[in-house]
Each structure stands twice: as C-alpha cells, then as structure tokens.
Write a protein that binds this ligand. Structure first.
Ligand code: DQQ
Length: 661
C-alpha cells in the first residue's frame, strides 16, 4: 500500500489562465529536513516549467483562429487524414434535425456557434474515446435501454439501435446478454421495424413477467403514418434462456392514442404491476396535455384488451412531454429491492419521467394509492420534473428492473455523446449505457434515492494505490500516481479542518454548480476534490468536487459538481459545469466515487445521493498522458483527503459464440 503525503507546492488556482500555477504560499514542509532542499529545487523547476508552459498556452490561446489547428468537415462520414482538405465553414451544413418530426427529442447534438469548427482529431484520440467497461454496441447509434430483465441465468439488455449509422434512425431493438451485468454477448436483433405499425421505429418498451412464467414486452411502435401506438411482443420459445426470437402479436397495435392525446405524444409503456385485486395488470404511458406532463394508466387482464383508467397517475404543469416514465416501489426499511407489484406499509413509490423539453431524468418519492390509482409526491416542491434528478450530468431515458436473482432494483440509463454529430460519424459510433446502478431509498435522509454501481463492476478492479491523510492547504494541487488513468475506480473522502469550518462564513450561500464558473471560482470552503483526465500541465482536466456554502446563519449546504470547462481543447464539444446540492449528514465526511472509463466519468457523492455523468473528449489527457490530481481551491480552509484508486480492467463484450455450441 503506497501512502502519499502532499509535498507538492501549493498553487493558487484563481487566475486568468486556468490553473496557472502561481504559488500563494511556501511549499509544504512536512518532508524530512534532508529532503527539503531538493524538494524546493524540484518545486522551483516545476514552477518555472509550469510558468513557461502557461505563457506558451496563453500565447497559443491568443493566436488568431487561423493559426489554431482545425479541420472542417462537410458532414459526411469521411476518413480524416493529415491530407484531408479543409472545407470552408460556409459549405458545412448543420446536421438535419433527427427525431423531432417523429415526435421524439432532438437526436442531433447541436453546439451553438461552433457548427463550422471541428477539431483536428487524430485516430488515436478518437479510438481512445471508446469505453472499455461500459456497454456499447460494436458500432453505430444506440439510445434508450429497453426491457431489461433476468431470465434463466442471463441478464438481458435490449436497446434502441440504428443498424445503419452513428446517428438516430431505423430504430430497432439491439439485444445482449450477460451473466454479471459487466461482460456481454451481442445477440441478433430482437425486433426490427418491419410492420406497418412500427415501420418508422421499434421504440422504447418494458418487460413484465406473468405469474405462469410468460414474459410480455410492451413497446411503442411508430407507424407508417408517424402515429405512436402501443404494441405487444413475446418470446417465441420460453425454454431458450437467450430469448433469441421475439414474436410480434398478431393483434398489434394494442393501443392507439386516446382522444385528446396527440398522435406524437403517446409512448414508452412501463413494466406492468398488479391491480389491488391481483386479477389485472396496470401500466403507465407518458404523454402531455398542452405543457402539462402526464402519465396515463391502462388496465388489462390478458394484454390483448385494455381499459384506460380515469384521470392520470400523476400530472405536473409546465413539465412538457413525459418520455420513458418509470414507476416502482422502494422499501423504507429494508435494503433489498422490490418487485414492481409490491405495495403496503413501509413502501414508497418512485415516479420518474424523462423530460423531452430539457432531456433530463427527474424522479420523486411519494405514495401510491392503488384504489384511487393516484400517486402523490412526499414533497410537492420536489415533484417530478421540478425537483430531484437521477443524474445531474448526461443521463436520459433510464429504466429500472427488479433483479429477482439478487433481490435488487437496477437502473440503466442512456448516456449520449456530447461531441458533435460530425465527430460521431467519424468515430462510427455514438452513445454508451451507464454502468447499471442499484437503487434504494436513502434511510438516513428519508428524502432521496441512493444510486450505486452494481457490485459486479468491482470484479474489474485490479491493482490499487492508496493515499492516506493527504493535507491540502488552501489553493493546492497534488498529483496522484496511478497505473492506468483512463480506466479507474476512485474512492475519495475529504475532511475540512473543523475549527476553521466553525469560524468561517461563506458569503456565496446561493452557490449553484452550473452558474458558478467552475472549480477556478474560489470560496472559503471550496471547491475541493479530484481532477481526472488531466494532462501533466493541467491545460486539460475535469475537476469533480465539493463546494460548501455556509451562510451567516451557520447553515451549510454542500454542492457536488463536475467542471468540464477545460476538459478538452477541442472547440466542438459541449463543456459545462454540472452538479447540484448533496445532503451531508452531521458526522459524515465528504465522500465521492468516480468511475473513469475513457470518455465517460460517472461520479457518485455521499454514497450515491447525488450523481453526475460526464462525457469528456480530451485531446492531450489520453492514454499514458492522462493524470489524476487532488486539489483544494478553497481560500479559507485546509482539507485532508484519503483516496483509494483501482485500475479497472476491460469488460469482455463480443458476439455470442454460437458456432462453439
Ligand atoms: N427514445 C425512443 C422513444 C423515447 C425516446 C425513440 C427517448 O420511445 O420516447 O428512440 O429517448
């Protein structure tokens, strides 16, 4: 076990040049006396070279645009090489809108103002972006997770997939199976658009197990006339653990949009749950009426004929179209997950909607009255779409399922690219599924869920290093030596010096991560945390951190943020500061976990109370050049950090070896 004590000079992070290393205090002196001179010498050499580099970087930044290496693309899937001729910005047309005319969210990533500027990506950079232990198809476009389930020893994941290209279109159901949710086998498509009622797309759906062992899959079909209808499919052969063949019910579609509901506003049926008498099934479908997001409920005894129940399960004005609604119980007493039909004392119900208007997944905790068929939020101020999010980064169209194998509820979410569509066409692929997360009610706060990567991901942990009690003075950065910086599982905790904390009032009590300006913005009690996917000189890097805002009344609010502003020197990628508040209970340390897997970083604060998923596309901080740092950019307090970092192996994801059976 390596123990690292911060001995690097402290640097002021607040300056015109981000992370320009201007020391604001002498180097830490905890090193043995005999080492001090050499440390000082090393520090001054480091400082001089950092200073020189800052000057160079500043110089580069102030060059006219034409001097910066850029490549212009015409939007086709062209191979980029050093000989490719730049195409003038005027000839590069914006990508066509994708999905909107069919009534789903915009699928093309649009970067305001930078459409004509593409970075000169190299093959090395682009191939680095592909993840190593997250689920991705071999190529092309993927979006929502669909119908996850566990059957006869296999976890099944279906997903929205375009077999033809790295952009949305021709939506089919990709299919993969796994024994452990980490290593996957690709299987043949489960469903393709081949009927009048789903010819424009086999859209999102969910699985339900019937008591006799049958499985029904309800999904949305986009018809030849671009009308959203609900359809039924089922496995052709229940004795096949791989569930290879799916039959579309001959009576499809089973539901058309009801009166008063737009033909493009009726989609994504949930897993069904049993009615109070146990003789009928209910499921909900997202929609909207004007700007009010709603969830319709249908009841069926046989999945062939259906009745729409009066009223809505729930509605929230101003939230717009609800996509991919999810509805499930969580125990307030136990840590195990619950099957979707369970209700009664000691149970709350989670209602989640993916808001088409802002493309984020919002959930709320509440109570489901199954006799009235109404769900009521615990806190109307934290209602669906106006309160909590599963994830404050890029995370959408998520879906849970009950894993009867390990009695847990597992959440999957689609993590789209945040580079441009041109970059995706160059790469030949787009989107990742998050690492599946277990979801439980947070019994300590009573007001939120806890999300945590499934335990199986820890199978991939290999060599680890530990850094105990690293003292970080105000404005300091400490490099952490790790083996494979693009594939890591980082667990870190931080303690603020108690006396300093008591005696400090943070003026900026109305802090908010997205508007804060990021980790360069210093307060008395933050930011402090880690920087991942940074290069040696910190010209690129993504800080993931806490910021404590303590008002004059002595009350402290903690924020958990991810600052992508300097994550990449490429101009054509989305760079923002993500984050939100995170509850920290008296006596708890500030704790975070980050799963770094090339272009995706999933970060969990306080055991999963607040989660942020980032997509990051560095140009320098890749492969062997990537670094990890600890930092404390607070002005008023010292922070003590303890970190354990594992190198993560790669998941084995390949075609099912049918020929070896
Ligand atoms: N994606 C599907 C729809 C869903 C949307 C289409 C959410 O069913 O509403 O690909 O991303």
């Amino acid at each position: 076990m390596a123990t690292y004590l911060s001995k690097t000079p402290a640097y002021d992070l607040e300056d015109a040049t981000y992370y320009s290393p201007i020391p604001d205090q002498p180097p830490a002196t905890s090193a043995p006396a005999g080492h001090r001179r050499s440390k000082k010498l090393l520090a001054s050499i480091l400082f001089s070279s950092f200073f020189l580099l800052s000057l160079i970087l500043l110089f580069i930044k102030h060059q006219p645009e034409s001097a910066v290496s850029q490549t212009k693309f015409n939007g086709t899937n062209q191979e980029k090489s050093s000989t490719s001729k730049p195409i003038s910005p005027a000839t590069r047309t914006p990508p066509p809108s994708r999905g909107v005319s069919q009534g789903v969210s915009e699928k093309a990533f649009r970067l305001a103002g930078s459409e004509n500027v593409s970075y000169s990506w190299t093959k090395t950079m682009l191939s680095w972006q592909r993840t190593s232990y997250h689920f991705q198809p071999e190529d092309n476009w993927m979006n929502d997770p669909n119908g996850p389930l566990y059957y006869k020893g296999w976890y099944h994941l279906f997903y929205q997939y375009n077999p033809d290209s790295a952009v949305w279109g021709t939506i089919s159901w990709g299919h993969a199976v796994s024994k452990d949710l980490i290593h996957w086998f690709y299987l043949p498509f489960a469903m393709v658009p081949d009927q009048w009622y789903d010819i424009s797309g086999v859209w999102t759906g969910s699985a339900t197990f019937l008591p006799d062992g049958r499985i029904v899959m309800l999904y949305t079909g986009d018809t030849v006339d671009i009308v959203q209808v609900q359809c039924l499919a089922y496995p052709a052969n229940l004795s096949d653990p791989l569930l290879l063949d799916w039959v579309k019910y001959s009576g499809n579609p089973v539901l058309f949009p009801p009166p008063g509901i737009g033909v493009k506003d009726f989609r994504d049926p949930t897993t069904a749950w049993l009615s109070p008498d146990g003789d009928k099934w209910r499921f909900t479908i997202g929609s909207k009426v004007n700007k009010t997001g709603i969830s319709l409920v249908y009841e069926t005894a046989d999945f062939k004929s259906y009745d729409m129940l009066d009223g809505y399960l729930h509605e929230v004005p101003g939230t717009g179209m609800w996509e991919c609604v999810d509805f499930y119980p969580v125990s307030t007493k136990e840590v195990n997950g619950l099957d979707t039909s369970v209700n009664g004392p000691g149970i709350k119900h989670v209602l989640k909607a993916s808001l088409d208007d802002d493309k984020n997944d919002y959930y709320a905790l509440g109570t489901y009255d199954q006799f009235e068929n109404k769900w009521v939020p615990d806190d109307p101020e934290l209602d669906v779409g106006i309160g909590l999010r599963y994830d404050y980064g890029k995370y959408y169209a998520s879906k849970t399922f009950y894993d009867q194998n390990k009695q847990r509820r597992i959440l999957w979410g689609w993590v789209r690219e945040t580079d441009s569509e041109y970059d995706d066409l160059l790469k030949g692929w787009a989107s990742v599924q998050s690492i599946p997360r277990t979801v439980v009610f947070d019994q300590k706060t009573g007001s939120n869920l806890l999300q945590w990567p499934v335990i199986e991901v820890e199978e991939l942990r290999s060599k680890s290093v530990e850094f105990d009690n690293v003292k970080l003075g105000p404005g300091s950065i400490s490099p952490l030596k790790v083996g494979s910086p693009s594939q890591l599982d980082i667990v870190a905790s931080f303690e603020i010096d108690k006396d300093a904390f008591e005696g400090t009032v943070e003026a900026n009590a109305s802090y908010s991560c997205p508007t804060s300006g990021g980790a360069a913005n210093r307060g008395k009690l933050g930011p402090f945390g880690i920087i991942v996917l940074a290069d040696e000189t910190l010209s690129e890097g993504t800080p993931i951190y806490f910021y404590v805002a303590k008002g004059a009344n002595g009350k402290a609010e903690t924020h958990f943020c991810a600052d992508e502003l300097r994550s990449s020197e490429a101009p054509d990628v989305y760079k923002v500061v993500y984050g939100s508040k995170v509850p920290v209970i008296d006596g708890e340390k500030y704790s975070l976990r980050s799963l770094v897997d090339h272009s995706i970083v999933e970060s969990f604060a306080q055991g999963g109370r607040t989660v942020i998923t980032s997509r990051i596309y560095p140009t320098k901080a890749i492969n062997g050049a990537a670094r990890v740092f600890l930092f404390n950019n607070a002005t008023g307090v010292s922070v003590t950090a303890s970190v354990k970092i594992w190198n993560m192996g790669s998941a084995d994801i390949r075609h099912f070896p049918f020929n070896q059976l």
